[in-house]
Design a protein around this ligand. Structure first.
Ligand code: NAD
Length: 242
């Protein structure tokens, strides 16, 4: 089951799992056409589509239960959905500041925590949770501190639950990408800022969603038990130059 799977990184993750022969549950918030189109184009049968606003704990519970029913259980949950809202501290009103923190933590961190609580109740030994965090967890997001805090919280969530769920044979892994070419980063990647972001990596580019999906697939694999609790920092060597 992959949250936020109708586009971007989530779509690439869904496609990668289906290519391996897995049955996939595509979660979307408000894009039924995109989600259904993806289901139709994925190889294999038995894929399902579910809808929920991840900021609503009741919707999350209904969604995960529906996904488990559709597939007869859940082997892998990928907490991929997320939002990035700009709220520079000196430019926004107190009300705008409150709203940005509330929404960002509600979706990115609480949405993932709640989906995980629900999903592990449908998992047996060998179950896998994979969280999609961000570079913002380590390196600061000056215009979106709530985003950085939500992703740092996600890293901590993953490490804590890796310990808590190990006795049940369930692992929790995290990927923390730098910039990835998706709708979320469209605006950031326009020149001249985009050129500067691409130049950070010695490869002179940013990541494609498929490169993040490959790491998610590894953390979800049977071989990844020993990777439980790790955070894979995927950044194309962007921060190594002095
Ligand atoms: P995206 O905006 O294309 O996709 C985000 C998905 O989350 C969408 O499908 C959206 O519908 C879903 N979503 C947002 N709010 C939701 C809500 N309230 N309820 C349910 N679903 C909701 O962005 P993306 O780049 O594909 O991002 C996927 C994940 O990767 C996010 O968690 C993001 O923080 C993370 N990430 C992205 C980048 C990047 O550069 N694109 C870098 C690091 C981490």
């Amino acid at each position: 089951m992959i949250t936020g799977a109708s586009r971007g990184i989530g779509r690439a993750i869904a496609t990668a799992f289906a290519a391996e022969g897995d049955r996939v549950v595509i979660h979307h918030r408000s894009s039924p056409e995109l989600a259904e189109a993806l289901r139709a184009e994925l190889p294999g049968d038995g894929h399902a589509v579910v809808q929920a606003d991840l900021a609503d704990p009741d919707e999350v519970r209904l969604m995960v239960d529906a996904a488990a029913e559709a597939l007869g259980g859940i082997d892998v949950l990928v907490n991929n959905a997320g939002i990035f809202l700009a709220h520079p501290i000196m430019d926004v009103s107190y009300e705008e500041w409150q709203a940005a923190w509330h929404q960002t933590l509600g979706v990115n961190l609480l949405g993932a925590a709640n989906a995980t609580w629900c999903a592990v109740r449908h998992m047996g030994r060998g179950g896998r949770i994979v969280n999609v965090s961000s570079r913002g967890a380590f390196r600061g997001e000056p215009d979106s501190p709530a985003y950085g805090a939500s992703k740092a919280g996600m890293n901590a969530l993953g490490q804590s639950l890796a310990i808590a769920l190990a006795p049940r044979g369930i692992t929790v892994g995290t990927v923390a990408p730098g910039f990835v070419e998706t709708d979320m980063t469209n605006e950031h990647l326009k020149a001249p800022r985009g050129d500067a972001i691409r130049a950070q990596s010695p490869f002179g580019r940013i990541a494609m969603p498929e490169e993040i999906a490959a790491a998610v697939l590894y953390l979800a694999s049977p071989e990844a038990e020993w990777a439980s609790g790790t955070i894979i920092d995927l950044n194309g060597a962007s921060y190594l130059r002095s």
